[in-house]
Design a protein. Structure first.
Ligand SMILES: *Cc1c(COP(=O)(O)O)cnc(C)c1O
Length: 233
């Protein structure tokens, strides 16, 4: 078995324990394998082990990898998620090469993604990134901006607003980790109560996936636990 296949098995075991402890079903949590900084071959190894969804942060690197994977496995079902910061002049390739974008934090970016989404691909799945760590983070919409942003994005024709995403401040203590994820879930529930049809909480990484699953994560974004330590980030 490849190292990546063994790592995937270990991550699967962790997810399995966490969903069981939370009284949830395994099918409620999607594993997104974050392949940033790793080559197309790493993605192909993970695909051979049954993994289908991959997350990328850096656009040019991602476009090269998507092309290489498509060339090697033209018929394989693979789903690409953009999870990095978005520059407004780079929205077109994101709109045409990805199935999901997790890091929308401004209406202008969402409008561009909607305008530039090729209609034949169907709506682009969107999560709004929320800054739940306040001053400690520069990324994400503030909690105060969120309701208006969500209502506006939900109106855009070529997007499908699915939910919220956050990268909380790093915490090692499970109680602290859970508090941040609980906050995101509360914001998600408030938007649903307001009438938005959201179904996605993108939260949890290699170091805190169990806490995120305990608080309702529906997508966990796992990099190093699958592919190993990164040389750059
Ligand atoms: C890199 C990255 C991950 C994966 O982090 P690991 O700690 O390696 O699991 C998840 N989400 C985002 C947004 C990332 O940039």
């Amino acid at each position: 078995m490849s190292t990546i296949a063994a790592n995937l098995q270990a991550v699967e075991a962790t997810i399995g324990e966490a969903v069981q402890a939370a009284g949830r079903a395994r099918g409620e949590v999607q594993l997104l394998a974050v392949s940033k900084t790793f080559p197309a071959q790493a993605v192909l190894d993970a695909m051979a082990a049954g993994q289908r969804a991959f997350g990328e942060n850096y656009l040019q690197e991602a476009l090269d990898k998507i092309a290489n994977v498509a060339q090697a496995q033209p018929d394989a079902p693979v789903e690409w998620h953009f999870i990095g910061p978005i520059q407004s002049n780079k929205t077109r390739p994101i709109a045409s090469h990805f199935h999901w974008v997790h890091t929308v934090e401004r209406l202008k970016i969402a409008q561009r993604l909607s305008e530039q989404r090729p209609p034949e691909l169907g709506p682009l799945n969107i999560c709004l990134q929320v800054n739940i760590s306040g001053e400690a983070s520069k990324s994400g919409a503030t909690e105060a901006e969120l309701p208006e942003l969500a209502r506006a994005v939900a109106q855009l024709p070529n997007l499908r607003l699915r939910g919220l995403m956050a990268i909380p401040e790093r915490a090692t203590e499970p109680g602290q980790q859970r508090a941040a994820f609980a906050r995101l879930r509360m914001l998600h529930d408030a938007l649903r109560a307001d009438g938005l049809a959201l179904d996605t909480l993108s939260m949890g990484m290699s170091g805190d996936m169990a806490a995120a699953i305990a608080e309702g994560a529906t997508i966990v974004r796992i990099g190093s636990a699958i592919f190993g330590a990164r040389n750059y980030d």
